[in-house]
Design a protein around this ligand. Structure first.
Ligand code: C2E
Ligand code: MG
Ligand code: MG
Ligand code: MG
Length: 280
């Protein structure tokens, strides 16, 4: 189409595409140094019980402060890190940092950490997580791993084995963004999930789209019959909260009850300057 409307426009598209490719390559490159240059940090968003507004846990959300670009969104850099493989190193840093920080919180509530499907390609993911729990001293019961349906697509037997071993340690497994991936309900039968999270996109459409409402209702009912707690993500308004409470959902996460932010208050344990130095 660009060709028909003239060479000038085609060139314009080429130049734009070129710039996008260069930006991407730069981000990919800069990501390789993000851990050692200490540009990464975690924010925490509360999960709240709707019955009493109690905070029942926090999700760790990764942030990247780039020296020139400022804060880069994880929805931009995580896919790039996954394609380039940096997510392996970054994911390990996230796990260790989240566990390290959570041990210092005053309330011993659960901490949820997102695990990329790419991390399941590691043959030693179980050992890595077990080692981190041991080194940081976080009780396995406090750790929840959020995985998406994409993690269940390949090497299903290996993934299943890893999840079963983690669960035997006491770690809990959460299905994130339920209903948006290559969903197969049989995944809920095969894999040992402890909780379901309804994706923000359904919540956002709740007021306008009867289909979104019906899907949320069905997921909550499914959770109840499988005896799995359900969390609704992305609750921004009182109206949305009302609807999902009426549908029987007991936990919410969203801007209405708290934005991602600083860690909950911590006791004054001596700060450890470098995570790795304590292992020496
Ligand atoms: P997610 O795991 O589904 O996390 C929830 C996302 O929804 C977060 O976006 C959160 O800030 C956002 N959110 C929470 N409440 C609301 C709300 O009321 N309204 C709206 N519009 N959004 C809300 P964030 O922090 O930008 O992260 C985006 C995604 O990046 C995450 O989705 C997760 O898939 C990925 N991610 C973040 N941190 C990590 C990480 O440490 N490792 C991996 N592998 N992925 C991560
Ligand atoms: Mg998540
Ligand atoms: Mg989610
Ligand atoms: Mg998501």
């Amino acid at each position: 189409r660009a060709k028909q409307t003239g060479k000038g426009i085609a060139c314009f598209f080429d130049a734009e595409m070129d710039a996008a490719v260069r930006t991407r390559r730069q981000i990919e490159n800069d990501l390789r140094h993000a851990v050692v240059r200490r540009q990464l940090f975690l924010e925490y968003q509360p999960l709240v019980d709707v019955r009493d507004d109690r905070v029942v846990g926090y999700e760790a959300l990764l942030r990247w402060r780039h020296p020139d670009r400022g804060l880069v969104s994880p929805s931009v850099f995580i896919p790039i890190a996954e394609e380039s493989g940096s997510i392996i190193q970054i994911g390990e840093w996230v796990l260790e940092q989240a566990c390290f920080e959570a041990v210092r919180w005053n309330e011993p509530v659960p901490i949820s950490v997102n695990i990329s499907p790419v991390q399941f390609l590691l043959p030693n993911l179980f050992d890595q997580i077990e080692g981190i729990l041991r080194r940081t001293g976080l009780e396995p019961r406090r750790l929840e791993l959020e995985i998406t349906e994409a993690a269940l697509m390949h090497n299903r037997d290996d993934v299943l084995t890893t999840l079963i071993r983690l669960r035997l340690l006491g770690v809990r497994i959460v299905m994130d963004d339920f209903g948006t991936g290559h969903s197969s309900l049989s995944n809920l039968q095969t894999f040992p999930f402890d909780k379901l999270k309804i994706d923000c996109s359904f919540t956002a459409a709740l007021d306008k789209d009867p289909a979104a409402h019906a899907i949320i209702r069905a997921i909550i009912a499914l959770g109840q019959s499988l005896n799995l707690p359900v969390v609704t993500e992305g609750v921004e308004t009182e109206r949305q909260r009302q609807i999902i409470v009426e549908e029987g959902c007991q936990q919410i996460q969203g801007f209405l009850s708290g934005r991602p932010g600083r860690a909950p208050s911590s006791s004054q344990l001596p700060a450890r300057d470098r995570l790795k130095s304590a292992e020496a």
